[in-house]
Design a binder for this molecule. Structure first.
Ligand code: FAD
Length: 303
């Protein structure tokens, strides 16, 4: 299993394949998990999901940008999508990776960029979630978030359960809208739990803490039915209202389960990535869960 994971991680980092895929359009089944390559085709996906009773958080694909001009271009792309969404009657908010808008170049530059995005979002009455990346970027990301929170009420963050300090973080951000995840990056045992059992336990703990101790809206972002059903039993026991939280899943994954949760009256938000930079995202999803390869196989047998 580790070999397959490493193979797809390697493919996700291959520069030649990344560059080639930008000119190709969505291929190999990526169209099942990526909303579109541009604004117009992605807006169609948004409308379709809204019609199914789901809200959306969008992600302009591309990360770890090391060039100022590139970072500015990505910031403008995000603002373009915010404005396009605002012109339609859609329930959509934004997810932003700070490494895409300059975190690895200069923190002040990144701060100015995210402020511009938040101003555009505020005008559109839109919330912006700062995605969380690897541990190295966690400190600088939270410093930027804390500064933004002095000025904005339309920004939130992500807490990754695999970090030993997740519980401390969840208490700090209990009163703001927060997405809770298990954590997607490879981190060492000095800072993060390694086993699925430990990560799952920490994850359920932070879900309970955010739901019970704070006033912030809780986004529970997982495809794990065991955690979801356990959370539902917990909120029923505690009498927590369905308005206080939502479930989030990635676009194209567990679609039946997404629809089932909507039918049971739960808020379901779908994370929709879009853009020409789809290749690395797609390879990482295959690395995470090799069963997702069935998307590739199906892409050769259907439209
Ligand atoms: P896993 O532990 O991967 O799976 C648990 C079990 O669920 C599996 O054993 C299987 O039984 C079932 N299952 C899982 N996937 C499927 C499937 N496709 N079909 C059928 N059964 C399945 N990580 C970050 O580090 N930073 C972020 O900002 C971030 N944002 C995210 C936003 C969203 C909306 C989501 C859904 C995830 C995000 N993640 C983020 C990724 C997250 O940290 C996990 O790496 C990822 O969600 C995989 O873990 P899981 O909780 O889905 O469950």
């Amino acid at each position: 299993m580790g070999v397959v994971r490493d193979l797809f991680i390697g493919l996700s980092e291959n520069e030649i394949l990344n560059d080639a895929s930008k000119k190709m359009g969505l291929r190999f089944g990526a169209q099942k998990v990526v909303g579109g390559t541009g604004v117009d085709d992605t807006l169609v996906r948004f409308a379709d999901l809204n019609n199914q009773g789901m809200s959306i958080t969008f992600d302009n694909l591309g990360e770890f940008i090391s060039d100022r001009k590139e970072a500015e271009k990505e910031k403008n792309n995000i603002i373009k999508m915010i404005k396009a969404v605002n012109e339609k009657d859609l329930t959509v908010h934004a997810s932003v990776k700070l490494s895409q808008i300059g975190l690895n170049i200069d923190e002040t530059f990144c701060y100015e960029n995210i402020k511009e995005i938040l101003d555009a979002a505020k005008e559109a009455n839109m919330f912006v979630n700062l995605d969380m990346e690897n541990y190295l970027s966690k400190g600088p990301s939270l410093t930027i978030l804390d500064k933004l929170l002095e000025e904005y009420d339309n920004v939130g963050t992500v807490i990754q359960a695999y970090f030993y300090d997740a519980k401390k973080d969840v208490r700090k951000y209990k009163d703001i809208r927060t997405r809770l995840v298990k954590g997607a990056y490879k981190e060492p045992a000095t800072i993060a739990y390694q086993s699925k059992a430990d990560i799952d336990q920490s994850y359920f703990e932070i879900i309970k803490t955010h739901l019970v101790e704070g006033n912030g809206f809780t986004s529970i972002a997982t495809h794990d039915h065991n955690i979801i059903e356990k959370t539902i039993r917990f909120i029923e026991t505690m009498g927590i209202s369905k308005d206080e939280f939502e479930f989030q899943m990635l676009y194209g994954f567990r679609k039946d389960y997404q629809q089932d949760l909507v039918a049971r009256g739960y808020n379901m938000c779908v994370y929709v990535p879009y853009g020409t930079d789809w290749y690395a995202y797609f390879m990482r999803r295959l690395a995470e869960r090799p069963q997702n390869l069935n998307l590739v196989v199906k892409s050769f047998t259907s439209n």
